[in-house]
Every structure is written in C-alpha cells, then in structure tokens.
Design a protein around this ligand. Structure first.
Ligand code: NI
Length: 404
C-alpha cells in the first residue's frame, strides 16, 4: 500500500474534481425521500451506483437498504462504513433549491447527506482499490428513525462474511460549522430507554373523594419524585435525563370523575451503564413505594432501547487522522443526549466502532435549523468532506490495524 500521505493527497484531489458529481447524487436523494422501511427507490438508486463502480452487492436478505463489498488490491482488514437512508413524515419548508418531490416526506434529519457522503466514498475507494490492503463493506441502513434498521441488519449478520474488523458511521450536525467534523473520544450520543408507568387506584365521583383511591395524586407525587433522581442520585460529574412526556388519565374533558388509572410515558438518557442501572432501580422504588403510600398499585416498565454510541478509543487516532487527511478541521464536541441506532452494531457485536458528526452549519445559506425541522438544510460542501472522511477512515484503519 502506498504511503498514507500520498493516498490522502490523491483523495483530496479526487474530492475536488468530483464534487459536482457528489452533489448531483445528494440533490437527487434530497428530492426523493422515503420513509423507514419504504426506501425502495433509494435502495435501487444506491445499488445501481455501486454496481456502476464495480462494487459487489451482497444479498443478506434486506428488503430495503444495501450491503456492498469492495475488495482491495491485497488481503487485509475489513472496514464497514454505515449510512442511514430513511426520511421523515415532514412537509419540507426549507430554502433548498432542490426540495423534496415526495410531498409530506423530507430528509429533515439529513440522512441524504450521509448517503451522498457514503456514495462519494464508495466512488473514491473504488477508484483507489488497488492501493487498499483490505476490503470495505458499505452498509446503507434502512429505518434509523424508528430504531429498527440496525437491529434488522444485525439479525441478518451484516458484520459477518466477511467479518468486519471496525465500523465507522456519521451523522450531520447543524450545530457545528461546515468544514469541521466532530471527533469525540468516548461516549458521543446517549443510551435511550423507554419508561412506562401504570398507577392503579379506584375511581369514582370527583366530588366525593373519600370513597375513591385517586391515582392522579399518586402520579403527581411520582412525577415530582422522579425529578430528584438526576439532582440527588446521579453524581454531578455524570449526566442523565429523565423526562415524563405523556400523561394519560380520565376521559375527554370530564371534570368530576376520578379515573381508575393513570398511564405515563417517558424517556431516560444516560452515558454509563452504572448510572442507567441506578436510574432503573430508583424509578422502580419511587413508582412502587409512592403508589403504595397513596393506596394505589404502581408498576414501571423500564425498556432498554438503544445503547450509548460510545466511540472506541482504539479508533480515535484513526478517525482524527482521517478528518485531517481530507483538509477538514476536527473539533471536540459536547456529547448529545440524542440517541443513534449505530450503537446497535457495536453493542451487539465485538466490533469497535466510531461515529462522527459532519458539520453542515452555514448561517449565510440558511443552514442553521435543527434536525427534524421542516426548515432543516445542510450546506453542500459537507458532502465532499463526508465522502473523504469515510474513505480515509478505511485507509487509516487498514494501515493501523495491520500494524497491530
Ligand atoms: Ni438522523
């Protein structure tokens, strides 16, 4: 394999020369968004592009989404690159010159930037395949928005045959300027858990409370008490979120009937397993004890949905170098309490993973809105940077892992 500096120079040159082509792909994808597990046209588009560059399509049994394999000039480690491909049920109101043509569906989370970057990387890697001592697996993943796509791909053994040695993924970020890429050592995005409370009392006439067991009063006390877990049980040095976002009790606008039951739904975000386990335990104690104290019966379902997106320290130097190779500026970000199903690939396997944030912010071009906003817009120079970062992650990782 040629020297990395030589390859990164060639990749930078290729990024420049092919930027318009990358952007053509980005604009096409932006105009044709599809919802989770309905990404049929997107899948066909990606397959056609990959095949055109001589990349083999692996049939692992996916209905939507694509797995591609590119073998380099010599045997070596296999590096996976993952991009999610689904869009959201959002009516686009952005100032994009290439708005969605699928009314009511929009790439409002910018997964089109990930796909276009990964397509660009596929093109780069196919061009320089002879200089690669290893192979690349391209994972175009469906259904990230509903947290089911990565699970589906793992059920279909996407990291086997050939066995993957490291995996890289990225998400755009409208919080950091275009031209930068966030490279974080350790946890970048939170573990996401779902909490469901059921508080059972005994309903009746709201004007004659002594005959009832009121679950609403118990629920109110439980809501207040949950707020003490982060302030009193989590160390000030750790971080966590507990939000109850949905409270259901009573019928319609009825004002004088105490209901039998209150249901509450919420979310918990953590970065460390110990903190997560403690919150699980404390919320059970609070729900059960307070309900009992108020004469009710309280139960909590605590569902572990997504693991933390935890960047592996062995890949940190590789990732940092890959960003520098493209000419972009690596930045050290503040972790997000949002979740990412990229964590499924690393938490359900022994494969080390690394996740980037690709800067897409540019106030001059109205690229400032948050994910899922109908105004969301990504600044286009990010695409070539994303492509280069994915591609150089492979060259850097193959080089570093081969030396181990
Ligand atoms: Ni997203």
């Amino acid at each position: 394999m040629a020297e990395l500096t030589e390859i990164s120079g060639k990749v930078r040159q290729y990024m420049k020369e092919h930027e318009e082509e990358f952007l053509g792909q980005f604009r096409h994808l932006h105009q044709h968004p599809e919802l989770s597990f309905q990404e049929h046209e997107t899948t066909a588009y990606i397959k056609k592009k990959l095949e055109g560059w001589g990349i083999e399509i692996l049939d692992i049994g996916l209905e939507t989404g694509v797995v591609g394999l590119l073998k380099g000039g010599k045997e070596g480690p296999c590096i996976a690159l993952r991009a999610d491909i689904d869009a959201l049920p959002v009516l686009e109101e952005s100032t994009s010159e290439y708005p969605s043509q699928n009314k009511g569906v929009m790439h409002a989370c910018g997964h089109d930037t990930h796909m276009a970057s990964l397509l660009g990387a596929a093109q780069i890697l196919a061009e320089f395949r002879d200089e690669l001592n290893g192979s690349v697996k391209f994972l175009f993943q469906p259904a990230e928005e509903i947290n089911l796509g990565a699970k589906k791909m793992m059920e279909l053994n996407c990291l086997e045959n050939p066995k993957v040695d490291a995996i890289f993924g990225m998400h755009n970020s409208p919080e950091i300027p275009v031209g930068t890429v966030a490279v974080k050592n350790g946890p970048l995005m939170a573990a996401v858990d779902r909490i469901i409370f059921t508080i059972k009392g005994h309903g009746g006439h709201g004007g004659i409370p002594q005959r009832n067991v009121d679950p609403i009063v118990a629920a109110a006390a439980i809501i207040q008490a949950t707020q003490t877990v982060v302030s009193r049980n989590v160390s000030p040095i750790d971080s966590a979120v507990i939000s109850i976002c949905n409270v259901k009790a009573g019928e319609g606008t009825t004002n004088n009937v105490t209901p039998d039951e209150v249901k509450m739904y919420g979310t918990v975000r953590t970065y460390r397993k110990e903190v997560q386990a403690m919150i699980d335990r404390r919320l059970h104690e609070i729900t059960e004890s307070i309900s009992t104290a108020y004469g009710c019966e309280g139960t909590l379902e605590y569902l572990y949905e997504l693991a933390v997106t935890d960047n592996n320290p062995i890949l940190y130097d590789i990732a940092h170098a890959a960003v520098c190779d493209t000419g972009a500026e690596p930045v050290d970000p503040i972790p997000s309490t949002g979740g990412e199903d990229f964590s499924v690939f690393t938490s359900q396997s022994d494969v080390p993973g690394f996740f980037y944030w690709l800067g897409v912010r540019n106030p001059d071009k109205d690229c400032v809105y948050s994910w899922h906003s109908p105004h969301f817009k990504a600044d286009e120079p990010a695409i070539a940077i994303g492509a280069g970062t994915y591609a150089m992650s492979v060259f850097e990782a193959v080089d570093a892992l081969a030396k181990k």
